[in-house]
Write a protein that binds this ligand. Sequence first.
Ligand SMILES: Nc1ncnc2c1ncn2[C@@H]1O[C@H](COP(=O)(O)OP(=O)(O)OP(=O)(O)O)[C@@H](O)[C@H]1O
Ligand SMILES: O=P(O)(O)OC[C@H]1O[C@H](OP(=O)(O)OP(=O)(O)O)[C@H](O)[C@@H]1O
Length: 222
Amino acid sequence: MSETANRLLTFAVPKGRILDEALPVMARAGVVPESAFHDKADRSLSFACEAADMRIIRVRAFDVATFVAFGAAQVGIVGSDVIEEFNYSELYAPVDLDIGHCRLSVAEPAEGNPAPLGNASHLRVATKYPNITSRHFERQGVQAECVKLNGAMELAPSLGLAGRIVDLVSTGRTLQQNGLVEKERIMDISARLIVNRVALKTDPRVAALVERFRANAVKDAA
Ligand SMILES: Nc1ncnc2c1ncn2[C@@H]1O[C@H](COP(=O)(O)OP(=O)(O)OP(=O)(O)O)[C@@H](O)[C@H]1O
Ligand SMILES: O=P(O)(O)OC[C@H]1O[C@H](OP(=O)(O)OP(=O)(O)O)[C@H](O)[C@@H]1O
């Protein structure tokens, strides 16, 4: 047996809201975690799989991309927002899993007038996505100062932290309940299967896994 085949294949999944939708998709591709994975009291971060040569690690969504980009995990599932924000050259996202649909948008207070974009040479934006946000405003010829937050971005305008936010929107309820309106859609988002490019070339199990996900996916990513 080759050296790669002896090693455990590591599959990274985000611990939060994508997971419930991801588990049936993973199961159709033959990736099934041991029962302890579903035990809320279990504090393990790494779990055995039905396939003896694979393990599943449960990490934060942004960290899924980092584990896979650095080759610490070979495969993972993550939102296209995270892929776009990091822009890691080591990542390849071959399959759109058609789950975790939402959008990344610019929002501002429903009441009051933030400075119009055209006149603003400088703009402060609260976001978890500083890279996507800077690129977005650069395309409009506007320099955005991004204040990085990890959640509850919707509080920033009313507390004077930033005039606008860039955040994920699904139903729009969070914006509405916090006195904000969606002004501009930056990108549509869905969850993708990601693989480490080197692992894809060197470990045949990675390519086989991609094919199994692809066979069950509604559409392929470009
Ligand atoms: N309102 C939403 N509707 C649908 N999908 C969403 C929504 N909010 C976030 N997502 C998707 O889910 C991903 C977050 O995944 P998840 O909640 O599983 O991660 P997490 O590890 O809990 O994140 P965090 O680091 O914020 O704790 C986002 O990157 C996005 O792709
Ligand atoms: O349009 P909606 O359906 O209201 O969804 C949008 C909300 O969902 C996400 O937050 P999440 O619930 O993941 O919490 P977070 O603040 O921890 O990121 C996002 O950051 C928005 O706050």
